[in-house]
Design a protein around this ligand. Structure first.
Ligand code: MN
Ligand code: MN
Length: 464
């Protein structure tokens, strides 16, 4: 045998693309970019995925509705998560083909009592969400998204807020210190340069014209008058709101060759979008029932009613099983899951933290990760060799460009995904995702080839 046959070599996949792949890849990336601009929060993403699913014949399904082979259904969890399924030909007791990805992304959440005036300007106090480098969030345009649940005279109403994404909209910003006065700041550790309590969002500077002698905070008053006109809000309504600031950048091509996409929130839309669209695009009824699970709260530990640790998924699966006369435990035991989350792409600007042979590389395709975790594989489910082989066979049979990935050098840091929460339920689970540059920054980068291979990989997995 030759060395080429004997050695494993991670190579960029351009020479393995068919003409169909090359065209499909560009078109698919355009759809993905439009999705990124629309779906910057988990709530936006759920709405957009439900809209896309309905155009593909999926219907809202609830407990005890009749189910039959070929049915396409979805269920929304509290507007922040969504579960989609296509009922396969085989008994659900023979297991499902499951993909699980998250819709939340690191961002800056608006505090419960956020509004104040200081130094002739009005600001929102915030609490950051997920693992961010705080200094990266200053001096960039931000937009405001979310909902306010107003409660007046015992009547509740949910109002959607979205400012900064439409042409001509105002935007918001967190200011940074000028270099001329930053001598002391520049000597600080990166974790101290901008503190959590320093992430205050500039939202106004002009005073109200209302004559109100009791009020000394005229700029704050002007902001509240605007919010009241626009959304019917009073300050107390912030107590029951979920508002956040996200980067106001639009997704765009990167590079002269347009081979990459730069955007906010690739983690984990670059996996949730292909996991969902591969299910929506299934040409025929699959053998096994296929389920795509899109959850919230991964970036803060998968806790809560909309996170992966919630019983919401088990309840949905129990309902699916009961509707088909099967036992949930038996279904789980025979199920296979691709836990779809991003991994780091090898970055030649930071070679010291990577392990060249094992980290995923840009353009080498969809990445399978046997384990993630940190400090001796803590916090990972570590897929079995048998499962790795099973998925390898599916990907190879589909002619996929794929590779393996990990999270950098041993003991360099690390991290986890939702994989372990699924594996703990007795579901064979392995991590699979797209390599990302500048992960968790306000503007992340992925390659179109890797994105398209993720879409094809999820499709091959559903059809297995
Ligand atoms: Mn992620
Ligand atoms: Mn993340």
């Amino acid at each position: 045998m030759t060395s080429e046959q004997l050695f494993y070599d991670k190579k960029p996949g351009f020479d393995r693309l068919t003409d169909g792949d090359k065209q499909g890849m560009q078109k698919y990336a355009e759809g993905y970019k439009a999705f990124l601009d629309e779906a910057k929060t988990e709530r936006d993403a759920v709405k957009e995925i439900v809209r896309m699913a309905e155009t593909k014949g999926f219907r809202a399904w609830k407990r005890d509705d009749i189910l039959k082979t070929g049915d396409k259904i979805y269920q929304v969890n509290r507007n922040k998560g969504v579960m989609l399924a296509v009922i396969g030909k085989k008994d659900i007791a023979e297991g499902v083909r499951l993909t699980a990805a998250h819709l939340d992304a690191p961002r800056v959440d608006i505090r419960t009592v956020p509004l104040y005036e200081d130094g002739g300007m009005a600001f929102f106090k915030t609490h950051y969400y997920g693992g961010i480098k705080k200094y990266q969030w200053t001096a960039i345009p931000l937009e405001l998204r979310g909902v306010v649940c107003v409660c007046h005279d015992g009547q509740m109403k949910t109002v959607e807020v979205r400012v900064g994404d439409k042409p001509g909209d105002p935007k918001f910003v967190i200011t940074d210190l000028l270099p001329h006065l930053a001598t002391e700041q520049m000597t600080k550790k990166a974790t101290e340069v901008i503190k959590g309590e320093g992430l205050n969002i500039l939202i106004g500077s002009a005073p109200s014209e209302t004559v109100d002698e009791k009020c000394s905070d005229k700029i704050k008053l002007a902001v509240m008058e605007h919010l009241n006109r626009q959304y019917g809000m009073v300050e107390a309504d912030f107590l029951s709101a979920e508002l956040c600031c996200v980067p106001a950048f639009k997704a765009c091509d990167i590079g002269f060759d347009r081979s990459m996409v730069g955007a906010y929130g690739h983690d984990d839309r670059v996996c949730s979008y292909p996991a969902a669209t591969a299910l929506l695009d299934l040409a025929e009824t699959p053998a096994h029932t296929c389920v795509c699970l899109l959850v919230d709260k991964e970036e803060i530990g998968s806790e809560g009613v909309t996170g992966m640790q919630s019983r919401a998924f088990d309840t949905f699966m129990a309902d699916l099983c009961r509707a088909q006369g099967a036992l949930q435990d038996e279904c789980y035991e025979h199920s296979v899951c691709l836990s779809a989350d991003v991994c780091n792409a090898f970055d030649p600007n930071f070679p010291d933290v990577s392990e060249k042979r094992n980290d995923a590389k840009l353009n080498c395709g969809f990445s399978l990760m046997k384990y993630t975790g940190s400090r001796g594989k803590s916090g990972t489910s570590d897929a079995t060799a048998e499962l790795m082989a099973r998925i390898r066979c599916i990907f190879d049979k589909a002619g996929l460009v794929w590779q393996t990935g990990q999270l950098g050098k041993v003991d360099q840091g690390g991290g986890g995904t939702v994989a372990m929460y699924l594996a703990n339920r007795n579901i064979d689970t392995v991590d699979a995702g797209v390599p990302v540059l500048s992960m968790h920054a306000p503007f992340e980068v992925i390659s179109k080839l890797d994105l398209y291979m993720a879409y094809k990989g999820f499709g091959a997995f559903y059809q297995d």
